[in-house]
Design a protein around this ligand. Sequence first.
Ligand code: NAD
Length: 448
Amino acid sequence: SSVDARPAPVISVIGTGYLGATHAAAMAEMGLDTIGVDVDPAKLAALSAGEVPFYEPGLPELITKHVATGKLRFTADIAEAVGAADVHFVCVGTPQKAGSHAANLSYVESATRGVAEHLTHPGLIVGKSTVPVGTAERLRGIVREFTPSGIEAELVWNPEFLREGKAVDDTLHPDRLVWGGASAAADAVIREVYAAPIAEGTPVITTDLATAELVKVSANAFLATKISFINAISEMCAITGADVTTLADALGHDARIGRKFLNAGLGFGGGCLPKDIRALMHRANELGAGRVVGLMQQVDEINMGQRERVIDMTIESLGGSVLNRRVAVIGAAFKPLTDDVRDSPALNVAAALHLRGAQVTLWDPEANETARRSFPTLSYATSKEDAIEGADVVLVLTEWDDIIGADPVALGELAGRRTVIDARNCLPVADWVKAGWTVRSLGRPTPV
Ligand code: NAD
């Protein structure tokens, strides 16, 4: 039919950070011509050379592949990209505003305006950034104001659920696709863009703008709540001698609960959950939804309190002071399989101990460099052995396989004192105890 003969839509992706770079590569992999746009020339140069400026498994390969096939290119010229494309994905950041819990929406506003004012033919603007409910409706005003007269533009919201560390697979094979506010024509275009995952049977939920925005924020709020829930219970376990890991395993067998996001430990961090629950608190307060405010405040407080618990446990294990004591920290990333240290509990604890006068030596298999950039005064080791050599206490703050699978006997020979704080409840405790280590955890009894 004539519909099938239409050329496939060309894609522009505005903002090529974690989300945008992954989304652009995935669009190319789904067979669509894709242009990535960013305001950071260094990022664009790296991406054009097939280099990803952050650690994300599989992403450099995918970008290199499609830069070579010509399906994917990067430019700083938004006018050129928007002029060449039909569907424009807004993937810029929405970080926490300085001095407030609110999200900083200046990047989504300027990116949306940038697309609108450079439209030369009908365009579909698809917001993917995580935004407070009501944002998309306001952005529609910007689109109306800045789109050249006579040109049709539509804005819809299509939140993204990818996980850092599994971003490529999550984007190519999402659990579900959600978009809101689309006209029938826009809906058809989005289905064409996502033809590959839809053909695989990915569930599609289409809804209004507000629901689409809130789905994403609620998903992150729920995940954060699940982690803070088990961390609250871990406090009861610590007091009573119960074992929070066994408890979580038992809870997890209930299909209504599920085992994922039920690991007690140092808590959540990163560029998404903390800022998203705070933006939700702020927006809920504006809207008069007091129960959401209270719930999210508790979730945040429990989460931040875990960092205090680990700091206190470290001080206590060193007899009351960390001053001039050697602390080996394993892990800086906010979770394994990423080099992201944004709001990382691990780096936060390492920094806090450093500020109390401890000699902190940190090692992370991927995040040493990103950590060094945000906290240059810590010592960075070249290996876990190097970090642990002569240490008075070892802190496991990110659950990397490198430390889970390490030989506690060999590490024990290097350490000054065989005390380890397993702040992620991730170590095979019996093996470490057998190797002469004292193991302390959050809500798991200390074996003797
Ligand atoms: P990021 O900081 O890594 O990337 C944002 C990029 O946008 C940067 O490269 C920046 O230079 C660029 N940018 C800013 N203003 C621009 C403009 N006007 N024009 C073009 N480029 C511009 O952030 P991120 O982690 O990719 O997050 C982006 C959004 O996606 C956020 O709203 C975030 O909450 C959401 N999100 C992130 C993830 C994740 O795992 N990182 C997952 C789902 C959703």
